[in-house]
Design a protein around this ligand. Sequence first.
Ligand code: C5P
Length: 303
Amino acid sequence: MTNGQTTVVAAHAKINLTLAVLGKRPDGYHDLSSVMQTISLHDSLDITATTDGRLHFTCGIPGLSGSRNLAYRAADLLRADAGDPSLGATLALHKVVPTQGGLGGGSSDAAYVLAALNTLWGLHLPDERLEALGARLGSDVPFFIRGGTCLIAGRGEVVTPLPDARPFWLVLAKPPVAISTAAVFRTLSPADYASPEHSEAIVGAIRAGDVLPAEHLVNSLEAGVLRAYPAVAATRDALLAAGAPVVRMSGSGPSLYAPFADRAEASAVTERATSAGVTAWLCRTVSHAEVLAARPQAAVLRS
Ligand code: C5P
């Protein structure tokens, strides 16, 4: 137990390089094949382990503070799993990643809380156990236990680590609309179901260390969201007009990303898009090693 010391954790967002919805499952979820990548946009969490058996959680955004927040629920779940009533923590979440953005922000906060408290509470659970606990909180949480570049299957909980994708820059844009993941999945019909071919092609490029072929950066949910939400289509048009050759949607949207090999080019497009009124960030990909480094001592726990 590391008591009383505050650890600052950077909880990175993700983008989906591919997202194929394979079909609907009997439990109501959808089977996916997706390549996910952590990126530099991140929330910050101040985490202090205590021995008073209490959890204190604060967040500057009123709607997000409270015991329904996934970060709080992650701490509560880990504490219950450990079965030690003396375990407590103070958590302060500083939110930067847009909520309901398709960037996994809430899931990332939860995963980093699991990983950090596992260390600070001295539980020494293997990452496989943290992934299983994370899957109970949300489909994207297991991915964030590993981070970097991963192939995702099942409803999101089957995580196959990949070598880090060749690093690249991206312009990330948040259209002025929040989209519920459940609502997007609800509108799907069998005509929207896809094969994992694009994910397999991207995995091949990643394993070969190649630049990712744009024609395989395909998201099954993108066309439907662009049709249903004019604000997303308008942001996409603004990014194209600002000079982005390729624009793709992340997850169930509405966030969009434009990949670039060159930082200066990505920076210029970010500036032009911002001048045109788009909420945009210049980001880069974040490797598995950087994710481990963002949670002190966790590297020791994962062989
Ligand atoms: O798991 P999570 O709570 O993030 O999922 C939110 C909603 O998105 C689910 O309730 C479900 O409606 C939908 N979903 C799905 N298939 C997935 C992941 C999410 O249908 N693989």
